[in-house]
Design a binder for this molecule. Structure first.
Ligand code: IPD
Ligand code: CA
Ligand code: CA
Length: 264
């Protein structure tokens, strides 16, 4: 596959940071991490990955702004371009040695995401999307699943955990969908949930209270694979509200129809 120079920059950065995360995962798996400090160890791994990504992306595109989960916003001289980066999406999985986590890099131009790369170094799955050029998993073009019967659909969600989000609303949402779906999943890495919808593995996905770095790359992935992504309640931009719902046109419509009335 021939990708643009920008995608090549993103992929190279993701792969280098990915090698670092994979080494760190190895330490966790082999219990090299002291029982006292696994969370600390993961937080260092996370920060190290973000610094690698920042170094590589800033070197290749000096001037672009950078929003990273760990280091916050770093203004650039080029006000139209911004990298939106989660160096480790799925931290809890990583901490537990569960190989479902990813590096997520989005590039926005004038507020619109124009490119996305999501890379899971544990299984070497690399997702790429560029505006108007399609979405790919390890060079294979992606297309969202075509199912049009909710009772045949497998849908993932994100659940608020201790100290986060609206637990009552999450229970209402699950109850409303439980009786209508073929299966529920909760994988624990938002970027990969979106990528799985793009790949047609999942028929749909919704989650509330996400951050731009969880969504940026995955949003363009789903759209370039022919899917619909929106805010749950307003049909506005999930990147702004953090409440994301997606699927093919039918599944997206059904999820919105069921979920929207439950909030508020
Ligand atoms: C989290 C994951 C998880 C989602 C959380 C996110 P992090 O990101 O994407 O699936 O449910 O809301 O914060 O903290 O692992 O980067
Ligand atoms: Ca995240
Ligand atoms: Ca993160």
């Amino acid at each position: 596959m021939l990708y643009s120079a920008t995608i090549n920059v993103m992929v190279k950065a993701a792969r280098r940071a990915g090698r670092s995360l994979k080494r760190d995962l190895g330490e966790i798996e082999h219990l090299q991490v002291s029982l006292k400090g696994p969370a600390n160890f993961v937080s260092l791994a996370d920060k190290r990955a973000e610094e690698m990504l920042y170094t590589d992306l800033a070197k290749a595109r000096p001037g672009y702004g950078f929003i990273g989960e760990e280091g916050g916003t770093r203004e650039g001289t080029d006000k139209s371009h911004t990298w939106i980066v989660d160096p480790l999406d799925g931290t809890t999985n990583f901490l537990h040695g569960i190989p479902q986590f990813a590096i997520s890099i989005g590039l926005s131009r004038e507020g619109t995401v124009i490119a996305g790369v999501i890379y899971n170094p544990a299984n070497d799955e690399l997702y790429i999307a560029e505006r108007g050029k399609g979405a790919f998993l390890n060079d294979q073009r992606l297309r969202v699943a075509g199912r049009r019967k909710l009772d045949e659909c497998v849908v993932a969600c994100g659940l608020p955990h201790i100290g986060r989000g609206d637990h009552d609303l999450a229970r209402k949402e699950m109850a409303a969908l439980q009786t209508r779906l073929a299966g529920f999943r909760r994988f624990g890495a938002a970027s990969l949930d979106l990528a799985f919808v793009a790949a047609g593995r999942l028929d749909g996905y919704w989650e509330r209270n996400l951050q731009p770095w969880d969504i940026a790359a995955g949003q363009i992935m789903v759209r370039e694979a022919g899917g619909i992504v929106s805010d749950i309640d307003t049909s506005g931009d999930a990147l702004v509200t953090g409440n994301v719902v997606c699927g093919n046109e039918f599944v997206h419509g059904e999820l919105v129809r069921i979920l929207k009335p439950l909030a508020g």
